[in-house]
Design a protein around this ligand. Structure first.
Ligand SMILES: NC(=O)N[C@@H](CC(=O)O)C(=O)O
Ligand SMILES: [Zn+2]
Ligand SMILES: [Zn+2]
Length: 429
């Protein structure tokens, strides 16, 4: 059984490919990349996908999503989250462990992997909690979770406050060759903050979440990564100051990296003027100055990964006063459009090839996943992009179980048009 994706602009940063050609898929794997336009050998049972005018990339990987199983399937299930991922152009997602129960034992890891195998149309890679119950105190059984299939460690949703516990976690993670990802938030500084501490929090009378609350943990992480040699990946960075700290540490070879999410470059804290809880997420929206510095960090390679932090919540949970609402917004179906529109089309901060790398080989290398390339023999996970397609966000069309997006009605340029997992099309527009 062969599938041929013909005449597309192939961008495979891992193999340095950036030109028009054909991709052959056999038995769910990449069989051949033909850049020579040689006369093709068409077989009887061959499926042909015409990619003329489209970009053919390794399947995109989202390094940061929250599917709410086990425990909170009213917000999202592994099946609905996977559908949303496919519709956003993603063939693989890395799931955060703040479920109920949290992913802090091998049995929960196994449960997720089995559920994903039965119901998910994309690859689901679970992460394990660093500490039991994500409580920041006792280390979780890291070795047995690794055996069960976790691909990284994180306490996302929470942040280990005690630097001695974080140090031990890093030393332990190293023995299992696991990257540690961190939600950077100092609880003493942030307190009950619900939005960026600044002009707008003062005007609106809402408790502030200062940028320093993130930066101080990024600094700590840089020092701990340097000391232990274990890679730390700083999740959903929101502050320009964090970029400066990362840049300095990375220039000295410290194994630290960072990701940004679309909302932190698309919106500022001023959006909260209406007290709309769809603008509430953790960390919070910041200022135009932060946006400029985050984008600068993407442009100069300080920030290496783009991710959604897809965080579904039920409408009834969000329909409360701003300070009472849960933190988090949807992201999987809008992020390719937002990032292409802002980073490539509007700001010209990165090339299309760099955009693809930030969603493929960068996250794959960071965690050691066998994905993110079109190398012969690799799983045939492929995304077809139309970087110039203009479209309008309509949350009613979303495959997610939730509707908490601040981007309803936005007009974006660039989107995925087909998502192929293991050689099978799981979504097309
Ligand atoms: N980002 C958010 O605002 N919320 C996330 C938790 C997290 O990523 O910290 C969630 O699980 O809802
Ligand atoms: Zn987080
Ligand atoms: Zn998160």
């Amino acid at each position: 059984m062969t599938t041929l994706i013909t005449n597309g602009h192939i961008i495979d940063p891992a193999n340095g490919i950036d030109r028009v050609g054909d991709v052959y898929i056999t038995d769910g794997k990449i069989a051949k990349i033909d850049l020579e336009g040689s006369a093709r050998h068409v077989e009887k049972d061959e499926t042909i996908i015409d990619a003329t005018g489209l970009v053919v990339t390794p399947g995109l990987i989202d390094l940061h999503v929250h599917f709410r199983e086990p425990g909170q399937s009213a917000k999202e299930t592994i099946a609905t989250g996977a559908k949303a991922a496919a519709a956003g152009g993603f063939t693989s997602v890395v799931c955060m462990p703040n479920t109920a129960p949290s992913v802090d034992s091998p049995s929960v890891v196994t449960w997720i992997l089995e559920k994903a195998k039965a119901e998910a149309c994309v690859n689901v890679f679970p992460t394990g909690a660093i500490t039991k119950g994500i409580a920041g105190e006792e280390l979780a059984p890291i070795g047995s979770m690794r055996k069960a299939g976790i691909v990284a460690l994180t306490d996302d949703g929470h942040c280990i406050q005690n630097p001695e516990i974080m140090r031990r976690a890093l030393e332990y993670a190293r023995m299992f060759n696991l990257t540690v990802m961190d939600h950077c938030q100092d609880y003493a500084l942030v307190g009950k903050g619900v939005m960026h501490e600044g002009y707008w929090s003062t005007v609106l009378g809402l408790p502030g979440w200062p940028a320093l609350g993130e930066e101080i943990i990024v600094s700590r992480n840089a020092q701990l990564a340097e000391l232990t040699g274990t890679a730390i990946h700083c999740q959903h960075l929101s502050s320009g100051g964090s970029v400066r700290i990362l840049r300095e540490a990375r220039s000295r070879g410290v194994p630290i990296s960072g990701e940004i999410c679309p909302h932190h470059i698309a919106l500022t804290d001023e959006s909260i003027r209406t007290y709309d809880t769809n603008f509430k997420m953790n960390p919070p929206l910041r200022t135009q100055r932060d946006i400029d510095l985050l984008i600068e960090g993407v442009a100069d390679g300080t920030i290496t990964v783009l991710a959604s932090d897809h965080a579904p919540h039920c409408s009834y949970e969000k329909e409360v006063e701003f300070d009472q609402a849960p933190f988090g917004i949807l992201g999987l179906e809008t992020e390719v459009g937002l990032f292409l529109d802002i980073l490539m089309h509007k700001k010209k901060a990165i090339s299309l090839a760099r955009f693809v790398a930030m969603f493929t080989i960068e996250p794959a290398r960071l965690l050691g996943l066998d994905r993110g390339t079109l190398s012969v023999g690799a799983p045939a996970d492929i995304t077809l992009l139309d970087p110039d397609r203009e479209w309008t966000v309509d949350k009613e069309q979303s495959f997610s179980r939730s509707r908490n997006t601040p981007f309803q009605g936005w007009q974006l340029k660039g989107r995925a048009v087909r998502t192929i997992v293991g050689g099978e099309t799981v979504w097309s527009s």
